[in-house]
Design a protein around this ligand. Structure first.
Ligand SMILES: Nc1ncnc2c1ncn2[C@@H]1O[C@H](COP(=O)(O)OP(=O)(O)OP(=O)(O)O)[C@@H](O)[C@H]1O
Length: 257
């Protein structure tokens, strides 16, 4: 499983957002963090990869085949996308809503294997206790975790998660990212995760892409990218990188004087 993006340009109407963007090969089992300020183009990149935003030019090669040339059904089987804002029919239970997400890959007929898959993903994400709860009875953070479950249950080749931790408390930020990382490694798939928290990005990602104004400013290992001057310039903050006692990176940031 590999992903490569070449000379991708995309936008809305006449407005070009992504400009000739290149992402050299992402290897299987990699969790890639997409970082950058508000309005940088992170969600637009995800929408371009899923086909929700039409490409002006460029190629998206997933595991040797041109994703852009594939039909909606095929794309839906191969790529699972969790948008920044998510909604689902409020009359469903958590279990039913996750089961419904499988419809895109396995059709309307429910097989025994589908039920097992739903149970497994709810267990892996620590959501089993919410299984029979109605969606309308969930907190914001619980809804966000269920949205992650709906994305991961499809067992796609490429997972795109747009700020999956934005509504979560510290414990759940770490546990969701740990579960996603585990799934990516064990299934040898690729995940791209848009994150505003640079410390989460440092802790969990194998590679970071820094995007600003629709262009990639930096691409590399977290310790390299986070130490680049482009980080300070892009976020307009002063930063320093420290190594914690556990050996992970910590980004200390404050506003420039
Ligand atoms: N449907 C749309 N029509 C027109 N312009 C849009 C549309 N969606 C997004 N944009 C514009 O595209 C640019 C990039 O937006 P995008 O949502 O990709 O940024 P982002 O990096 O995900 O931002 P954030 O971190 O704030 O979520 C912004 O200038 C935004 O106003």
């Amino acid at each position: 499983m590999t992903l490569e993006v070449g000379n991708l340009s995309a936008g809305y109407g006449r407005k070009m957002i992504l400009k000739d963007l290149n992402i050299p090969v992402i290897k299987p089992g990699q969790l890639v963090g997409i970082i950058g300020p508000n309005a940088a183009g992170k969600s637009t990149l995800f929408k371009s990869l899923t086909g929700l935003v039409k490409l002006r030019s460029g190629a998206i090669t997933l595991n040797g085949t041109d994703l852009a040339a594939q039909g909606r059904g095929q794309k839906a089987r191969r790529v699972a996308y969790m948008p920044q804002t998510y909604s689902c029919n409020a009359l469903l239970s958590v279990f039913e809503s996750v089961l419904l997400a499988l419809k895109q890959t396995s059709g309307w007929r429910v097989k025994a294997d589908n039920l097992t898959r739903v149970e497994t993903i709810l267990r892996e994400l620590g959501l089993s206790h919410l299984s029979s709860r109605g969606l309308s009875e969930l907190s914001g953070g619980q809804s966000q975790m269920v949205a992650v479950a709906r994305t991961m249950v499809r067992n796609p080749e490429l997972v795109l998660l747009d700020e999956p931790t934005s509504a979560l408390d510290l414990h759940h930020q770490l546990s969701i990212m740990t579960s996603v990382k585990k799934a990516v490694t064990s299934r040898e798939i690729i995940a791209m995760v848009a994150l505003h928290d640079l410390n989460l990005a440092a802790e969990f990602c194998d590679r970071l892409l820094l995007i600003r104004n629709g262009e990639i400013l930096a691409d590399g290992a977290p310790n390299v990218v986070l130490a680049m001057p482009e980080i300070k310039e892009t976020y307009r903050v002063e930063t320093s990188i420290e190594e914690t006692r556990r050996g992970s990176l910590y980004v200390d940031a404050h506003l420039s004087a």
